[in-house]
Design a protein around this ligand. Structure first.
Ligand SMILES: *Cc1c(COP(=O)(O)O)cnc(C)c1O
Length: 335
């Protein structure tokens, strides 16, 4: 399953989904709204909805032929009441430790029995989710073992040939033999690894660039940006760049030793990130002029800035960096 929720992790739903047709057997989105948008791009692909639909979204799930994830008997009953002659394929979610959605593991057999007695549904999948696949090996091993044991019990209730799926990117990388029948790959299909040692095997999909809008020679002792948190210690050549926190360049990158790439070199970001503009030290680059490209994520010359680097410097995770790239940032697609 290619997970393309949140506008394909900020990369753009339509182009990403179309590029993955024939590579992924199923697409995963978070909401019914996302499923409907995705349907217009990939009319024939199975679409799985990772999160619960609201009560008033259940009819659109049925009419849209999306595959819902079921956590409760109440949801199952409501879907069963909405289906016509043809039973609706659904996947049962088992909460084996994530604590977000799903049937609690200890209730799985009893609840599944009730759901299986409903006419109008057919259980075609069994799933769970890993909360600490990149953080707690012992917990994850135990969780995977217990999930597969519950799956065995549910199979014996008569759920024949379910598609079993439990692994996100971190799970896929670290526990490849425990995957079941399908994996739900998100972050890694965009070329970013949640496990740093695995990163060399992936190539980043997104390059995020902006441009130099001004270059100015600043005297010593001049405050740079809001708060005057950076005062030029000497005369400096400073570039103004057309990106800010409204574009997803995190304000938390202010004064956190973040760099941008200009002319193939790392240039420190100075002072606070503002809504629409940032400032970078280009004192070492006399040739830089307005219109030059500045790379925020990606490579230029021999240098590279990864989403993981920005995430680490701003105190967040690459998922949030990607999904934060704003609407104002124009997407261009190659290949
Ligand atoms: C978002 C999501 C994924 C994908 O996770 P990655 O870490 O990005 O690979 C998989 N499963 C579920 C249930 C999710 O919500």
């Amino acid at each position: 399953m290619a997970v393309v929720k949140a506008n394909a992790y900020g990369h753009g739903l339509g182009p990403v989904a179309k590029a993955l047709v024939g590579h992924a057997e199923m697409f995963g989105v978070a909401t019914v709204g996302e499923a409907e948008e995705l349907r217009s791009h990939v009319p024939d692909a199975p679409i799985f909805i990772l999160g619960p639909a609201l009560p008033d979204e259940r009819l659109p799930v049925v009419t849209g032929c999306f595959i819902p994830a079921i956590s409760t008997v109440e949801e199952a009953r409501a879907y069963a009441a909405l289906t016509g002659a043809k039973p609706l394929p659904v996947h049962l979610l088992i909460d084996t430790g994530m604590g977000r959605v799903g049937i609690l593991q200890d209730d799985a057999v009893a609840t599944a029995r009730e759901i299986l007695s409903l006419r109008g549904l057919t259980v075609t999948g069994l799933a769970s989710h890993l909360p600490v696949a990149d953080e707690d090996d012992a917990f994850t091993r135990e969780q995977l073992a217990q999930f597969h044991q519950v799956v065995g019990q549910l199979r014996s209730l008569g759920i024949s040939q379910p598609v079993v799926h439990v692994e996100n990117s971190a799970g896929i990388i670290s526990y490849p033999t425990q995957a079941g029948d399908m994996v739900r790959a998100g972050l890694m299909i965009y070329g970013s690894s949640p496990v740093p040692e695995f990163q060399p095997k992936l190539r980043a999909v997104m390059t995020w660039k902006t441009r130099v809008t001004l270059v100015r020679e600043m005297p010593a002792g001049h405050g740079i940006s809001y708060g005057r948190t950076f005062i030029t210690p000497r005369p400096m050549r400073i570039a103004t760049l057309g990106v800010g926190y409204a574009d997803g360049y995190q304000r938390h990158l202010s004064n956190r030793s973040a760099d941008v790439l200009i002319g193939g070199q790392r240039c420190p970001v100075l002072g606070r990130v503002t809504m629409d503009q940032i400032l970078a030290d280009v004192s070492a680059l006399p040739q830089v002029t307005a219109g030059d490209e500045a790379v925020l994520i990606g490579s230029q010359g021999g240098e590279e800035i990864s989403a993981a680097e920005l995430a680490q410097k701003s105190g967040t995770i690459p998922w949030e960096i990607f999904t934060g790239v704003g609407r104002r940032v124009e997407r261009a697609y190659h290949g």
